[in-house]
Write a new protein. Structure first.
Length: 579
């Protein structure tokens, strides 16, 4: 029987994981299940390729992924593989935002990686194509590719088309900010309704350079995605062709035995950090890149990411700090244009290998940065000389913190603290305008352990901006900020309050200084006073004393290292690919 042969179209299954479920007499029960699904002997003899998507009906970010998975499968089949489609969860930040549901968001990154790992391990698949559409699903899928180390290709589901209202483009950011404007009496009920109806006209992930599009850019820059695959909006039929090409590409990687850990090197991680910085991308990049690095056993923490941010020019004029949306970037040439501008300027590491089997420089050889556009500038004429995201450190954040400065004019802020022990209390104060200009709002006990789950604070920051206070107050938290956040908002403060970090010791009226030029974050308290307060501090209990959030809180590490939940590749005995 063909199913018992160990080779098919040049692939030697005796060296692939799927030999355990498809080759030899002992695999007869497994093959019986495959026959039940209509598979032929020839299909069983081929390499098995997991086609994982985060398709669901939770939000527009993921609704188009089922269609795209079929195109991936078509490419795999044409190249001599047998695709096996499966799905995993997503938690969509736009819907989880502003309430307790956001505690599930970052946790979902780990669940996505873990569930794809278990599916791949349990069924002994030989390669992986991952299709993801919403914030945490992108890094989650890239993390598991690095963890399993089977030949893998990532493809983004694509961004949403921009909405239109009164002659301007809209994104979901505008709706969140409209809530603040409505609360301040600047928008009528009808205007708020008109904006919410107009903002999201199609399937696809949020259209600005928020977390999804930031990590989509990362997928190309790090080398896990085909060049240009991150750009086309979700509704475009061209996405199907890119998905089909990704299916072909993963089969080529199997032939070459080119694996994620051959691709995700220190230089590749630096390239990924550069693309976040140059595009004014999401601060979440400083959380996800360390987590991806952890999966390959490379030390690349928040401080290493921030160092790259500081030395990279900001050249992509994208929302929320800039003027343009993802569709605009696509129309001038997409992510390859950003990458070529960096390469031409001497920044990007061109010798990094990618899923094409070629290097970054080879992939970009024919790319020319167009001159008659202002979406992407050259590095000789940047928007600013340093990246749109900045790392901070000081006595208030000895493990570091992060702030997006893209589009900001004032990079220094000093003022008295107004302290809140959860986001809801701060949001209520903002909506009721119970704060003063010049204050630093502090939201604590929202870190990875303390939340648990490290919530994003877009509802609060957008409300501030909608009220016209975006540059009049600052906000710091041991939680996170959405990629759509703008204003002086500092996240990832570590150590977090739940473990007795300095942020837990701050009191109302303490003066805090934020300097995004020097990269510092300090509270005006002496070492003696901090020691006195630390001695009096007592840990707080959170509400999640059972279930997934409890389990997460027991295992999650510091934001500085990516908020990871397992020891990583450094402790690994053998990667799945080598079973």
């Amino acid at each position: 029987m063909a199913a018992k042969k160990s080779t098919s179209k040049g692939f030697d299954k005796s060296k692939l994981p799927s030999r355990y479920t498809s080759v030899g007499p002992a695999s007869a029960p497994h093959r019986a299940f495959y026959y039940a699904m209509g598979m032929t002997d020839a299909e069983i003899a081929q390499p098995f390729v997991g086609v994982a998507t985060t398709w669901n009906e939770a939000a527009p970010c993921n609704i188009a992924l089922m269609r795209q998975a079929q195109a991936v499968k078509k490419g795999v089949k044409a190249a001599g593989g047998t695709p096996r489609e499966f799905t995993t969860i997503t938690v969509t930040d736009g819907i989880a935002m502003g309430h307790a549901g956001m505690r599930s968001s970052l946790v979902s990154r780990e669940v996505i990686a873990d569930s794809v790992e278990l599916t791949m391990r349990g069924h002994s698949y030989d390669a992986l194509v991952g299709v993801a559409g919403c914030d945490k699903s992108l890094p989650g899928m890239m993390m598991v590719m690095a963890r399993l180390n089977v030949p893998s290709v990532f493809i983004y589901g694509g961004s949403i088309m921009p909405g239109r209202y009164k002659g301007r483009d809209l994104t979901i950011q505008d709706v969140f900010e409209a809530v603040g404007g409505h609360a301040a009496g600047k928008l009528s009920d009808q205007e708020l309704s008109d904006i919410e109806h107009a903002a999201c006209p199609t399937a696809g992930a949020c259209g600005g350079q928020f977390t999804a599009n930031t990590m989509a850019c990362v997928s190309e820059a790090i080398g896990l995605a085909l060049p240009g695959s991150a750009g086309a909006p979700a509704p475009y039929d061209s996405r199907d062709a890119l998905c089909e090409q990704s299916g072909h590409a993963v089969m080529n990687l199997l032939k070459l035995n080119l694996r994620p850990r051959d691709i995700i090197t220190r230089k590749a991680l630096e390239n990924a950090a550069m693309i976040v910085a140059c595009s004014g991308g999401s601060t979440n990049g400083a959380l996800h890149l360390p987590a991806i690095a952890h999966e390959v056993g490379i030390d690349f923490d928040l401080h290493a990411v921030a160092k790259i941010f500081k030395s990279t020019p900001y050249i992509g004029d994208l929302k929320p700090g800039g003027k343009y949306v993802a569709k605009d970037l696509y129309e001038v040439g997409g992510v390859p244009i950003l990458m070529k501008a960096l390469l031409d300027g001497g920044y990007l590491h061109g010798d990094c290998i990618t899923v094409t089997g070629k290097t970054i420089a080879e992939n970009l050889k024919s790319i020319v940065v167009p001159k008659n556009q202002d979406v992407v500038r050259t590095t000789r004429n940047p928007i600013t000389k340093t990246g749109g995201v900045v790392g901070l450190k000081g006595n208030l954040a000895t493990q570091g913190a992060i702030v997006k400065v893209a589009g900001m004019k004032n990079l220094v802020f000093r003022g008295p603290a107004r302290v809140f022990d959860c986001e809801e209390d701060c949001y209520e104060a903002v909506i009721k305008k119970k704060y003063k200009d010049g204050e630093v709002l502090v939201i604590r006990y929202e870190g990875p352990r303390g939340g648990p789950g490290m919530r994003e604070m877009l509802a609060t920051t957008a409300a501030l901006y909608g009220q016209g206070a975006g540059d009049k107050v600052a906000l710091i938290t041991d939680g996170r900020f959405s990629g759509a956040t703008r204003g002086f908002c500092i996240g990832h403060v570590g150590p977090e309050a739940a473990v007795g970090g300095t942020i837990a010791l701050v009191k109302n009226g303490d003066v805090i200084t934020i300097d995004a030029v020097k990269g510092t974050l300090d509270v005006d308290l002496s070492k003696a006073e901090l020691a006195k307060r630390r001695k009096a501090w007592k840990p707080r209990s959170h509400d999640s004393q059972s279930g997934t959030l409890w389990k997460y809180a027991q295992t999650v590490g510091d934001a500085e290292k990516g908020a990871v939940t397992h020891p990583g590749a450094k402790k690994e005995i053998r990667a799945f690919a080598d079973i």
